[in-house]
Ligand binder design. Sequence first.
Ligand code: PMP
Length: 288
Amino acid sequence: MFEHATCWIDGELVPAEKAGISVFDHGFLYGDGIFEGVRFYNRKPFRLARHLKRLSQSAAALQLGMPLSLTELEQAVAQTIAASTLNDGYLRILVTRGVGALGINPISCTRGSVIVIADKLQMISEEQRAQGARTIIAATRRSTPDRLDPRIKSLNYLNNILARMEANFARVDEAILLNERGCVAEGSAENLFVVKDGAIVTPAVTEGALAGVTRGTTLELAQVLGIPAREGVLTPYDLYCADECILTGTGAKLIPVREVDGRPIPCPGPVYQQLATAFSELVARETA
Ligand code: PMP
């Protein structure tokens, strides 16, 4: 299970099967911590600066003192990739609140832990990607910004996991979450784009979406390709009547959607194909 995993914990490389943190770490006890998922290609992390910026923003929102500077985090990532047996893989960077007394009060946690894991991650097979994903709209709603802001990439993913379990129960590939107003927010671990009349539309982050790095890259690529792109409010109707629908994420890359709640969507469509090709080319250029 761990044969390709490399783990870096608070300054040291640790054998994967022995890698662990204290049971008194509030990251474990209460989900009090943050994380990032980053892909590396050719041993080079893709768009690391953007991921580390989002990590520092998640930390700021949770008033979580970062135990390492930006440069030290970059060094930890470099050390982990260097120790990995993989040329292409996935990195998980975690910052926890750290060890503290039982009880939720973070005041007793004096120093957080930083963990970097390099491993393989394949969300779907390439055959599945070519066919497209079957999805449902989950009954579970995205948590609202006035409760837990979905822009914080925290260690508490239960909201997303409940939606993902609905997809498993429905025997489809992924779940789409709506926000409190019934408008589309995102997938359980991906952002979502709809193609309509040649333009791509994605929910704004204030609709309950994470500010996805792949989402940002997709918007940039659309501009380069001359595909009109905008943020907009989407309802289930817009998904059911979409010309195309695309999920984006670091783990997922770009996945075309072929079905939402039993309604077929053309897949893989021409806009997906253009964007996916441009995405692979960009990755190849930036990690050459
Ligand atoms: N939304 C959620 C809830 C996610 O967990 C992810 C994966 N990090 C994304 C969207 C996609 O973001 P990114 O492209 O930065 O991986």
